[in-house]
Design a protein around this ligand. Structure first.
Ligand SMILES: NC(=O)c1ccc[n+]([C@@H]2O[C@H](COP(=O)([O-])OP(=O)(O)OC[C@H]3O[C@@H](n4cnc5c(N)ncnc54)[C@H](O)[C@@H]3O)[C@@H](O)[C@H]2O)c1
Length: 258
């Protein structure tokens, strides 16, 4: 309790999935939270559920003017911005030879440009406070290649790289910037057909923990990096993936479960 007492946080893509879970956990830990998302109905419903400590703000992360308004209105309402979680993203499907320029650009403009615009919108305020924590949600796909999702992979590697540059530029102002790298998580993005965890887990035999992750398991990692407990973490990358990027099993050899 109260690990984020007196802190004001913005969570992009906060209306559903891991973003929504993060908003819930942040409020539970004493933060006031701005749920920033294009999904107005879901965002407003979550804000009502979370009560006075939360509000919804319509934000398209790829829109520079939207960010300006969000930063201004957050300061007007809460007086400061301590935490930014750049979580909003889209999963764009299609092999390189099939992918249109527009689809590739859509992934980059929401996932990568959106993260850049977010950092740029809050950095001057955090620098002036000489304190702040920015948590960028990348992916295990920001650490490896994956077929069928080249635009998403490129955007998530970009988020990881941008995090390092921002950690250098903002660190000496007292602002920490870190990235989180989820593995497969049970949200609409990775489970659009709403399969049960048991059904999904059949595809996770290769992952050392042999199961999909639940949104709160990412939110807890975000909470740590957002809080003062992570006071010496800057430019770090935290995988929360059940061991997915650690490696894959050689079936039948010692140490493998199958
Ligand atoms: N689900 C997974 O398996 C997985 C794995 C690794 C990383 N991630 C990352 O975790 C983060 C959260 O994903 P999720 O699984 O909760 O997905 P989700 O699709 O459930 O949620 C994404 C949220 O982002 C919002 N969003 C999309 N475009 C936006 C825009 N232009 N402006 C503002 N908001 C926008 C959506 O409305 C939605 O609320 C993403 O960055 C995703 O890439 C997810």
């Amino acid at each position: 309790m109260n690990r984020l007492a007196n802190k004001v946080a913005i969570v992009t893509g906060g209306a559903r999935g891991m973003g929504a879970e993060t908003c819930r956990l942040f409020v539970q830990e004493g933060a006031r939270v701005v749920i920033a998302d294009v999904l107005e109905r879901d965002g407003q419903a979550l804000a009502r559920k979370l009560g006075e400590a939360a509000c919804y703000h319509r934000l398209d992360v790829s829109d520079e003017a939207n960010w300006q308004q969000l930063a201004e209105q957050t300061i007007e309402r809460f007086g400061r911005i301590d935490v930014l979680v750049n979580n909003a993203a889209v999963l764009v499907f299609g092999a390189i030879t099939d992918l249109s320029t527009g689809e590739f650009e859509r992934a980059l403009s929401i996932n990568l440009l959106g993260t850049f615009l977010g950092i740029r919108a809050v950095a001057p305020l955090m620098q002036a406070q000489r304190a702040g924590s920015i948590v960028n949600i990348s992916s295990v796909d920001g650490m490896r290649g994956v077929n069928a999702f080249p635009a998403y992979v490129a955007s998530k590697w970009g988020v990881r790289g941008l995090t390092k540059a921002a950690a250098l530029e903002l660190g000496h102002h007292g602002v920490r910037v870190n990235s989180v790298h989820p593995g497969g998580m049970n949200t609409q993005m990775a489970n659009p057909r709403g399969l049960t965890a048991d059904e999904l887990n059949k595809d996770y035999r290769q992952v050392p923990l042999q199961r999909i992750g639940e949104p709160v398991e990412i939110s807890r990692a975000i909470l740590f990096l957002a809080s003062d407990e992570a006071s010496y973490c800057n430019g770090s990358e935290l995988t929360v993936d059940g061991g997915m990027v650690a490696g894959a099993y050689y079936p039948g050899l010692p140490g493998a479960p199958f």
